[in-house]
Design a protein around this ligand. Structure first.
Ligand SMILES: [Zn+2]
Length: 66
């Protein structure tokens, strides 16, 4: 089956027997995300976690100054 990435509109061919294809048959095709966009979103999530850690680290630094 062919699926279209919801973010970059890239068309990809999926093996009909793959888990992703079976899952997509029960859900709307527009929920599909290609590997590139999946990685990009994962990186963004990691960046958000990093900024959270940075805030935590700064709070600890402020405490150390006392
Ligand atoms: Zn994509």
């Amino acid at each position: 089956m062919r699926v279209k990435c919801v973010i970059c509109d890239k068309i990809e061919a999926l093996d009909d027997e793959s888990i992703i294809a079976k899952r997509l048959r029960n859900r709307p095709i527009h929920t599909y995300m290609c590997a590139d966009c999946h990685d990009r979103i994962r990186d963004k999530t990691n960046a958000r976690i990093d900024s959270g850690n940075f805030r935590l680290y700064r709070t600890r630094q402020e405490k150390d100054e006392w």
